[in-house]
Every structure is written in C-alpha cells, then in structure tokens.
Design a protein around this ligand. Structure first.
Ligand code: AGP
Length: 609
C-alpha cells in the first residue's frame, strides 16, 4: 500500500513525478504529495483525493527543482487529511520524507521525540522518521538516515530529501518494496516498475535493511552498518505499452481481455511436444521432489482462490495431499511442516506482507519453499528457493484477473510435473492434459466474444443488493472468486458457497430479488447434483444465472440465463468459467458508476499486515 517515486536528474522533477505516480495509484489513492528542492529551499505540495483531483487543487508548476520525491497514500495510521498526506517534514522544514510501510514502535519514538521538543504536525507513524533523521542530522543525510533507521522497528520503503544536500536522494527499504531505476542522466526510486518504465528498464532491487544514495548519474547501496554493497542491475522485459490501457476504458477490462495472450506466454516453453518442462525452474532434484509427502499453499485473496483450484488439481491428478492456508492465519498458528513438505506461496505482486511472513515461517520450520509469482525480483521471489513465474505482464487493475488465470495455468503445469514424477497418470493422459491447456487461449477468446451477454446481465441485475455464487469441485473456488470480484468493484454484497452447502443456511436468503450464479460446467461427479440445486433455487423464486458447458441443454431448461463456455478438461474449466464472472463484475460496477480500477478502500498490493 502507498506508492513512492523519486527523481534526480537534469529535468524538472515535478512533472516526471506526477506522471510516474499515476502509474502507482493502484497502490493507494486517498491522498498524494510532492516535495522538491529549488535553490536550497524545500518545497512541499500535498492534498487529499485522487491524483487528478489533487492536480486541480495544487499548482504542480510551482514545484521547481530537478530533484524530488512523491507519494500516493493508502491510510494506515491517521485519517485521510492533508496533514497526514506525505511528504512529512522535520521541525526545520528542511528534511522531507515519503514512506510506505508501518513503523511499529512509532508511539515510543514519538514520545521520546516530543520530550526532546520536536513538534509533530500529523498523526501518522511516518512523521517520527523525519524527526528522528533531524535528531541525527549534522550535514550528512545518508548517515542521519542510517542512524535513525537503527532505531526504527517495522516496515519501510523510504525516500528522503534534505534542502542542505540537493544533489542526493536517500532511499531505504525493509519489508516494503523499493527499486532503483538507472536512467540516462537520471536516477529514480519507485515502489514498482510501471512508475519508471517510461524512463528506464534498468532496475536495481533493494534488499531489506539497505540504504541507497542516488545522485543524478550514480547510485551506491549500503547496509545499516554503513558497509557498501554490490548490486546487480537487471534489465526487465515489460514495455510501456504493457503498462498502459491500450485503448480500453479500464485496466480491469484490458487485463480480462489479455488472458488468452497471458496463458499462451505462461505455458510457452514449458510444454514441449506434450512433455512438461519445468524441472530447472523448480530447482529441486527428482529424488527430493518424489519424497514430497504434503504440499501447503499459502496465499491471500484471489491468489488464495487459485490455490484452492490447485488443491483440486494436485490431489485429483498427482495424488499429493494439499492444504490451502490463508497466509495471515498460517503465520500465527503452529503449522506442521517438515523437510518433506513443499510450501508454495502464490502472489501476483510478490509483495503481500502476510504471504511473505507465512513463507518465511515455513522456511524457518525447514520446508522447501517455492513461489508462483508475477513480478520479477519482488520480495516473495527473493525469499523463495525457486520461482515459477506467471507471465501475465503488469497487472494494474486492483481487481486481479489475468494473474488469477495464469496462476491456474502454472498450477496445472506443476500438477502435470508431479503426476509424471509420481507416475499417477499415464503418458496418454499427460498428452491429453497438454493438448487441453494448449486449447485454452482460443477457448478463452471464444468466451470473451460473449462479453455482450454478460453486459446484458449486468444491465438487468446491477440494482440487486445481494448475490449468491455457487459451484462445486474445481469450480467452487470460482464461485468464491466471482463473488469477490463483484464485491470489490461494484460494492454489491456477494457470497460464494459450495453449491451443496446452500441448503445448510444460505437458501433462506433466496427470494425473487436474489440473483444466484451457478458455476456449473459439465463434470462426471457433481453435475447432476448441481442441477438439483438449481431446481431448489427456482422453487424459491430466485433468479438463476448459469455458466455451463457448450451444448448443455439440461441447464438451459432450468436456468433463467445461461452463458456457455467451450468444452474442456474439467480441471481446466475454471480458467474459462471465471471469465464471464470477471466481466459481470466489471460491467455491473461500470453501470453503477464505480471507479473500477480503484475501488474504495482497496490497494493493489497489501504490504501491511
Ligand atoms: C484481488 O482482486 C485482490 N484485490 C486481492 O484479493 C489480492 O488477490 C490479494 O491481496 C493478494 O495479492 P497478491 O496476489 O499480490 O499477493
């Protein structure tokens, strides 16, 4: 949560910061602010609201200077007010800072600083850092930041300026993402790549407890004891086009439509002539992999839903017991993990604080820990023994879509790998799995072509105040995901349930105003039961919307509305059935006039506990 960008170079900083910050707004958008240095004076402008509103309130042109830092906020400590917006300054008004993270010992530090006569002007945890730096400042900013951070507990990505040292930006990170970008005659700091992609694709990933000092032509990195560290410059392959809307009205819609391409990219090179090829990426020898007796998957939100589909795939086809855990719960329990347990962290951003903590805990307990992640070099990838990347490209919309289906693709490939290794499927079955996933991009395309049908449903039901989503097997998580998408972007209350659970309670909610979405592609186990559940809803006057397999006439006879998806292997059907639900949420939110890409109270990556 919260986005940071900093610039030092030859051009005026403020316009670069505004543009960059717009690409980070998915991280927080309740307030924003800027600080530059002009002729030895520190300038600050900040306010509440989204960036385009703030641009009308403050005059960015008045922020002169070729060095600056800026911030978009997602409030944790302190209300959404102008005072609480970043940057924050010290008592002299000559030091400014932007911060993403949470300072856990801020109360103690604040008390100590107040006793030393520091005057606070906000109720944030962040402000203690600027006063602490002031406390240590004797004309050497990197040194003062280093000493201050030695006293700080918690997470931080920091950008710091001092009017007395206008030729540097000092940056630091601990458990919150921060990268350095090396441009032509310019250096950047940012929370995420899209903020600076327009200027450079040469990225340096800061590690925990590292401090960086940037000039317009150089950077140096130190640990908290002042020892210099060597850092590698990585070239990333995302283009600016990948990070822009490309003609779509919203990122969410663009990203829904990118799914066929994203799946294609994710499976490319990993399936050769029907043979699965992820051995090297997994980085474990065959014997250790064969010994794995249990898999635990830790994740949050949408990634947790993909884990549930993964559980179904891995148990059904590779016959490995799988437990799916909310990362936030796993870390505070006493999980049973040993050297034969494989722990998989799933995360789009690779920066979700709970998932990071759960993976660290699993590692501490001796498990082999791998991740499925979309962002190269993110924190989660750096604590993993191996990473299987989803190749979805940058996902900017707060509601996760293409990251979800690419996670399913990776889980499917992993299932194939284990099934082969453990001999749980025949060569013929594996070949048929490979053919099945190869068809998915085209099949997704076919579902996307039915967008008008989901738009029509949104038109009919966008005024509903509640909705139920029901599914079974590999499609129960899709019911959860469909409901989450609807809640997130339209603010309509929606719940996902295993279809058979309906009769144990939720059935009482059903009346003629309740849309009930059945995710019911054909399968050999539960299909008939779902037809029964549809009858139960109809008998109570509920509105039945079904996602069914092409050609299924039975469902058509019973449901009020059917959206067909192409026939596929059942374990792959979730990759198709989720698309109409993503579109339904999108169109509903749009009809209700909601800010689809920046839903209230949410942030793209939840980097706080
Ligand atoms: C999904 O639409 C969400 N906004 C959210 O639930 C998200 O999936 C969750 O915060 C996990 O994020 P991650 O995949 O980046 O770890």
């Amino acid at each position: 949560m919260c986005g940071i960008i900093g610039y030092i170079g030859k051009e005026k900083a403020a316009p670069i910061l505004v543009k960059g910050l717009k690409n980070l707004e998915y991280r927080g958008y309740d307030s924003a602010g800027f600080s530059t240095i002009d002729n030895g004076t520190l300038l600050i402008a900040k306010d509440t609201g989204k960036l385009n509103e703030i641009e009308l309130k403050i005059n960015i042109n008045e922020l002169h200077g070729c060095v600056g830092i800026s911030h978009c906020r997602w409030a944790t400590h302190g209300n959404v007010t102008q005072e609480n917006a970043h940057p924050h300054t010290d008592c002299t008004g000559r030091i400014s800072i932007v911060h993403n993270g949470i300072i856990e010992n801020f109360s103690e530090l604040k008390e100590m600083l107040i006793a030393k006569n520091h005057k606070f002007s906000s109720s944030t945890d962040t402000e203690v850092i600027s006063h602490l730096i002031e406390e240590y400042y004797t004309g050497n900013l990197p040194e003062a930041v280093r000493k201050a951070l030695k006293e700080v507990e918690g997470s931080y990505a920091l950008g710091v300026l001092s009017a007395d040292e206008p030729d540097i930006i000092v940056a630091a990170r601990n458990e919150s993402p921060l990268i350095i970008g090396k441009g032509k005659n310019a250096m950047f700091i940012a929370s995420d790549v899209p903020a600076i992609l327009e200027h450079t694709n040469e990225i340096i990933y800061l590690d925990d407890k590292e401090i960086a000092v940037l000039t317009k032509s150089n950077f140096r990195v130190f640990d908290l004891d002042g020892r210099e560290k060597k850092k590698e410059i990585k070239k990333i392959s995302w283009s600016m086009e990948d990070a822009e809307k490309g003609g779509y009205e919203h990122f969410m819609l663009k990203e829904i439509y990118e799914q066929p391409r994203a799946i294609e990219d994710t499976i490319n090179g990993r399936l050769k002539n029907g043979t699965i090829n992820i051995k090297e990426e997994l980085g474990m020898d065959e014997n250790s992999l064969k010994k794995i007796s249990k898999i635990i998957i830790v994740a949050c939100g949408t990634s947790w839903h993909s884990a549930l589909v993964g559980e179904f795939m891995l148990e059904e086809l590779a016959k490995i017991p799988v437990e799916v855990e909310y990362a936030s719960e796993f870390r505070y329990r006493n999980p049973i993990v040993d050297a034969d347990t494989l722990v998989i962290g799933i995360s789009q951003s690779g920066e979700t604080a709970d998932t990071i903590a759960a993976m660290k805990e699993a590692k501490r307990r001796g498990a082999h820990v791998i991740s499925i992640c979309n962002v190269m070099g993110s924190s989660i990838t750096r604590i993993s023994d191996a990473v299987l990347y989803t190749r979805a490209g940058p996902e900017i919309g707060v509601a996760s879509t293409k990251a979800f289906t690419t996670q399913l693709a990776v889980l499917y490939l992993l299932t194939m790998h284990f099934a082969k290794l453990k001999n749980t499927l025949t060569e013929k079955q594996l070949q048929s799995m490979a053919q099945g996933i190869r068809k998915i991009p085209l099949q997704m395309q076919a579902v996307l072509e039915k967008d008008a049908e989901t738009e029509e449903l949104a038109h009919l039901y966008h005024k509903s105040t509640n909705a139920l989503y029901l599914g079974r097997g590999a499609n129960f998580p899709i019911a959860l995901e469909g409901a989450l998408k609807m809640k997130e972007v339209s603010y309509i209350h929606a719940e996902g349930y295993p279809a058979a659970e309906m009769k144990h309670g939720p059935i009482a909610l059903i009346d003629k105003n309740m849309p009930v979405v059945f995710v019911a592609p054909y399968d050999t186990y539960t299909y008939k039961k779902i037809l029964g559940n549809i009858e139960e809803v109809k008998a109570r006057g509920g509105i039945v919307i079904a996602i069914a397999t092409e050609g299924d006439r039975e469902v058509a006879k019973k449901a009020g509305h059917v959206i067909y998806i192409p026939d596929s292997l059942y374990t792959l059907s979730s990759m198709l059935s989720v698309i109409p639900l993503q579109l339904l949420a999108y169109h509903t939110a749009k009809k209700l006039g909601k800010d689809v890409d920046k839903p209230r109270s949410l942030a793209k990556s939840v980097t706080v506990e």
